[in-house]
Ligand binder design. Structure first.
Ligand code: SF4
Length: 371
């Protein structure tokens, strides 16, 4: 079995500027109303924690020479973090590429002006619906027009300039998937790209939750790139193994960057290396959270096809990027843009299921996916 290697510093740095959110989206793995019940809510989330500007500066200064991509999300709404604007400027002053995903509630003209002024690389807005009724199910809010207006404000302020690239996201669930064709058609004439992701439930990515997929369709298992490419830094400095395990912040911490030698210390530390060694030895079942997880399938390289005006790119059933062909001018596939980067990937010889607008019958009950 081929093994993966890791660089001296992570290729992607996921920074959680604050550990909380101003919404309670029903499908959120961290802050939904159900998750916020005292018996369900992680201790870590019960007390709001935010990084200070000095902490953000120390992290960016340490990683800057290695040119990773920085994304300002783990389990939070980054725009409500006190250090949010500072972090945006700091990332760009350090010459790094930056992304973040937002629920869009705070997308004001002032923020749009800042993002355009500093040429922040990429912003995605969670929308998840083509109608207000479905928006209520997906996000717990009803004003789709307000959300759309926020995205349009950012697009208007940016105009023909290349940055930031602006995308909308759609977490595909059993109650919204029929709206995907309408969603793609709507945003194709407005945004630069749409990112569609599979719903992940209760810390255990099971590919059979994705319409049209079963575990039998997965290829032979390989080491998971998450622990070779990304570092997941919580607002208190703790490092969580990966985006999936971020759902359980009270467990599985691999160290703390403010106490254990910075980003470099934890990234190259014994706890992180143990996970990598187990994966490279094919012993993922010895790691309680990795054994039953299907998200390793994201390790494969992007498959690409041009269809319906999109450059459709997907590494696995969990993620599909629909890049609007007419707006690819500012996009560089060799950089880790819009989380579409290519660091530490493998080839999956089989074909990967791609959900495309033409393959979903809005009136039907079944989703058909190429596989
Ligand atoms: S296999 Fe799953 S739980 Fe394990 S590192 Fe990869 S994404 Fe995380």
């Amino acid at each position: 079995m081929e093994t993966l290697t890791h660089d001296e510093m992570p290729n992607i740095v996921r920074l959680e500027l604050t550990n909380t959110c101003n919404l309670q989206c029903p499908h959120c793995r961290h802050h939904s109303e159900e998750k916020r019940l005292p018996e369900n809510y992680a201790e870590y989330y019960k007390t709001p924690v935010s990084m200070t500007e000095a902490q953000v500066a120390a992290i960016i200064d340490e990683i800057a020479p290695f040119k990773p991509s920085v994304t300002l999300n783990v389990a939070n709404e980054p725009m409500i973090a006190p250090a949010f604007r500072y972090a945006l400027r700091k990332i760009k002053e350090a010459g790094l590429s930056g992304t973040f995903n937002t629920n869009g509630l705070g997308l004001s003209e002032a923020i749009a002006n800042l993002l355009v002024e500093i040429q922040y690389d990429s912003v995605t807005i969670s929308v998840d619906a083509a109608t207000s009724e479905t928006l209520k199910l997906a996000r717990g809010i009803t004003n789709l027009d307000h959300l759309v207006k926020g995205v349009e404000t950012l697009l208007r302020v940016r105009g023909d300039r290349p940055f930031p690239r602006v995308g909308t996201t759609f977490v595909i669930t059993d109650y919204n998937y029929k709206e995907l064709p309408a969603f793609l058609e709507f945003w194709k004439t407005r945004a630069d790209f749409v990112r569609v992701t599979g719903y992940i439930k209760d810390g255990r990515p099971d590919v059979s939750y994705i319409p049209g997929w079963s575990r039998e369709q997965l290829p032979e298992r390989v080491p998971c790139k998450q622990i070779f490419r990304d570092i997941v830094i919580r607002a208190n400095g703790d490092v969580t193994p990966c985006v999936i395990t971020s759902e359980n912040p009270d467990e599985n911490t691999l160290g703390n960057i403010f106490r254990d030698g910075g980003v470099r210390g934890v990234w190259n530390g014994a706890a992180m290396q143990r996970l990598r060694d187990l994966h490279n030895g094919g012993k993922w079942d010895e790691i309680p959270f990795c054994g039953p997880c299907d998200y390793w399938v994201e390790t494969f390289n992007m498959k690409e096809e041009v269809k319906d005006g999109f450059l459709v790119r997907t590494p696995s059933p969990y993620t599909t990027f629909y890049n609007v062909v007419e707006r690819l001018g500012s996009w560089d596939k060799n950089r880790v843009h819009d989380r579409q980067g290519a660091a530490n990937v493998r080839e999956w010889e089989g074909s990967v299921g791609v959900v495309t607008a033409g393959e979903i019958d809005p009136a039907g009950d079944e989703v058909e996916i190429d596989s």
